[in-house]
Design a binder for this molecule. Structure first.
Ligand code: ADP
Ligand code: MG
Length: 304
């Protein structure tokens, strides 16, 4: 079994372990003998409006609900994750921009979200500037990865919410990540879009990040009642096989409402279908890791 995120075997008798997380000054006691540490997952699709941000917020929240110490880094200048977690616009707040451009350590940028166990490194619109300013630096695609090296072990999971473009920010996220979740809306050209993104992943893997894996393709905003949704789901499963998550995120108005209240779904409406689906997704992600890093997560994005 190959380890890529940074795993720790906890061999304490009774499978108890105690983790002391310095910057947060807390103890976490869990029953797991083996807990993934520092797994970095990018949430990427060059298309906008496919559910990246909704997935970052609510998968992050669901992982936290499942006792995983979780951080979301908002890598999108549109800052929807930042807003969706209740952080209003504030030009004086330091953001991921300050890490990339001014060498502020990531741990100084971590904010607590309203949900226990879930943390955020915010973004704001001046992150657009980073794309331009980074452009003439050496190793410009590795800026985020280099910052993450030791820091990542302070969390079980770190999710990177990407902008809707294959730009330098998305490239930085893909280079920093162990794996990628590709949210896909069940619509007519879904297959083409995913193929294009997987081509990019193969290229990034070859050039910059040999360990980059596909965590899974995630069907979002699935509408039970339409034939098209079922057709698209079946096509994606035929074509990409078990790279498609078994969990499907339904279209659920509560998921769309929650961000305007600055809340993850588990605070806004913990009993809705959307909340249940993100909890199931979190379990699927954790299972990948617990089952020996998951054969799926091990596999390169193949062009089969
Ligand atoms: N499962 C869902 N059910 C209903 N609305 C959703 C769902 N997922 C996302 N949305 C809505 O669709 C829009 C686009 O989603 P978002 O997560 O912002 O996409 P992206 O980050 O890829 O641009 C948002 O208005 C969001 O609230
Ligand atoms: Mg978004």
């Amino acid at each position: 079994m190959k380890h890529h995120g940074g795993w720790r075997h906890h061999t304490t008798p009774g499978a108890f372990y105690l983790r002391y997380s310095l910057p947060f000054d807390r103890f976490i006691l869990t029953f797991f003998g083996l807990v993934p540490l520092g797994r970095v997952i990018a949430i990427a699709n060059q298309k906008g409006g496919v559910g990246k941000t909704t997935t970052a917020i609510n998968l992050g929240a669901a992982l936290a609900r499942r006792d995983m110490w979780t951080l979301i880094i908002d890598c999108d200048p549109q800052a929807n994750t930042t807003g969706g977690l209740g952080f209003s616009k504030d030009p004086s707040r330091r953001t991921i921009y300050h890490a990339l451009m001014h060498d502020v350590p990531l741990r100084d940028l971590v904010q607590k979200s309203p949900l226990e166990g879930l943390h955020l490194i915010p973004s704001d619109k001046n992150l657009v500037g980073a794309t331009l300013e980074l452009a003439d630096r050496p190793e410009r695609e590795k800026a985020l990865r280099n910052k993450m090296e030791t820091f990542r072990k302070e969390f079980n999971y770190i999710l990177l919410d990407c902008p809707p473009a294959l730009d330098l920010l998305t490239l930085n996220a893909l280079v920093a990540a162990d794996s990628v979740i590709v949210p896909v809306q069940c619509e007519y050209f879904a297959l083409e879009g995913v193929s294009e993104l997987l081509d990019t992943l193969i290229r990034v893997r070859r050039l910059h990040n040999h360990n980059l894996a596909v965590e899974g393709i995630l069907l979002t905003m699935f509408d039970e009642r339409t034939n098209l949704a079922h057709q698209v789901r079946d096509d994606l499963r035929d074509f990409f096989g078990d790279q498609v998550f078994s969990t499907v995120i339904p279209r659920n108005v509560r998921l769309a409402e929650a961000p305007s209240f600055g809340q993850p779904i588990f605070l806004y409406d913990p009993d809705c279908k959307g909340a249940a689906s993100y909890l199931e997704l979190a379990q699927e992600v954790i299972n990948h890791d617990e089952k020996g890093a998951g054969s799926r997560a091990e596999r390169p994005p193949s062009d089969s």
